[in-house]
Structure formats: structure tokens, C-alpha cells
Design a protein around this ligand. Structure first.
Ligand SMILES: Cc1cc2nc3c(=O)[nH]c(=O)nc-3n(C[C@H](O)[C@H](O)[C@H](O)COP(=O)(O)O)c2cc1C
Length: 171
């Protein structure tokens, strides 16, 4: 199984990146070919400006993968800016693919913000979502370390379920 993990935050201290890395660690122990994309290393431009070589490369990665895990930070109760650009420009070949969401927010009350990503992926590309989201706030971290046991446990379950269901969907 090929899994593409896209950490979409451009923040230097991105917490959703840490969530993506934790998930990646767990999936690496399984027979999965993981491709990890950190948006901070991409040259991305809004869709009417330019599709850069980096973006063309990501378009191919999306096309070739079996499934996708998307890391997002909450911005104004919605998805972060870079993720919107990535979706607008690089997800054309994500049709029907299985996906999961790992989300970092400032506070507990923004948990429904991931629904915007769900709506986009399901309505635009008929993607199928793992019905479990990893959601963490600043309180769950000490510096760049995830310390909340509940979130850590949720990452364990999320990774296990993503692997189980993801494998079934490609066999
Ligand atoms: C422009 C902007 C808007 C934000 N809006 C929200 C919000 O609506 N709700 C919330 O809980 N946190 C909000 N935050 C806080 C971020 O979600 C938080 O910093 C989170 O860690 C971002 O993910 P990241 O660290 O992976 O970039 C906002 C942050 C920024 C920069």
C-alpha cells in the first residue's frame, strides 16, 4: 500500500506537522510505502499564478498513491491557506481515494473546522474519509513534544484503523 502524508502547514513550529510525523512513525512499522510531503519545502503558488515544478510533482504523487493523510492547521475555523492551494491545484487525481485528517488548532472549540476539508474532498473528488480525526490543541504539547496521552492514544488508533481500512480498500 502506498500512503502519501501531506503536512500542509507553513508554520515554522507547526503542530500538525508533529501529528503527521507521529502517524508516519506508526505506519512505517507496517508494510506501507510512505511518501511524506512537508509543504514548507514546497514552492507553491495560487492556482491562477503558476503551477510550479514542485506542484507538478505533487500532482503525480497524488495520482500514484493509494491513499492520503492530510495534516492541517485551523485558520479562521477552516483549513489553512497552503492546504487550500494544494487542494485547488494538486488534487485532480485524488478521485475516490481514501483519506484521513490530522488537525492542530489553537483551541478546543474549532474541532468542526475539519469538516471543511471533509466537504471539499468528498464533494469534489468523492474521496472516502476515515471516520476518526486526530485533533490537538496547543495544550496537548510541551514545546515541540506531544504530551497528552489521550491524543497519543488517538494517534495509535487512527494509524491502526487507517492501515486496516486502507489495505482493504485496495485489495
Ligand atoms: C490566521 C490564523 C487563524 C487561526 N484561526 C484559528 C481558529 O479559528 N481556531 C483555532 O482554534 N485556532 C486558530 N488558529 C491557531 C492555529 O490553529 C494553531 O496555531 C495551530 O497550531 C495551527 O496549526 P500548525 O501549528 O500546524 O500551523 C489560527 C492561527 C492563524 C495563524
Amino acid at each position: 500500500m502506498k500512503t502519501l502524508i501531506i503536512s500542509s502547514s507553513l508554520s515554522k513550529n507547526s503542530r500538525s506537522f508533529i501529528l503527521c510525523k507521529e502517524i508516519s512513525k506508526r505506519l512505517t512499522e507496517k508494510d506501507i510505502e510512505i511518501e511524506f510531503v512537508d509543504a514548507r519545502n514546497l514552492d507553491i503558488k495560487p492556482c491562477h499564478i503558476q503551477i510550479t515544478d514542485c506542484m507538478k510533482d505533487l500532482i503525480l504523487k497524488v495520482a500514484e498513491t493509494d491513499n492520503i493523510i492530510i495534516g492541517m492547521g485551523v485558520h479562521c475555523y477552516s483549513i489553512n491557506d497552503a492546504l487550500k492551494i494544494i487542494l485547488d491545484t494538486c488534487f485532480g487525481k485524488a478521485i475516490s481515494k481514501f483519506f484521513g485528517i490530522a488537525c492542530a488548532a489553537g483551541g478546543e472549540k474549532s474541532y468542526l473546522s475539519t469538516q471543511h476539508l471533509t466537504q471539499i474532498c468528498m464533494n469534489e473528488w468523492r474521496m472516502i474519509q476515515l471516520p476518526r480525526v486526530v485533533y490537538a490543541t496547543s495544550k496537548d504539547f510541551e514545546g515541540d513534544r506531544l504530551v497528552n496521552k489521550d491524543v497519543i492514544e488517538r494517534i495509535d488508533v487512527f494509524s491502526e484503523e487507517f492501515y486496516k481500512i486502507g489495505s482493504k480498500l485496495i485489495s
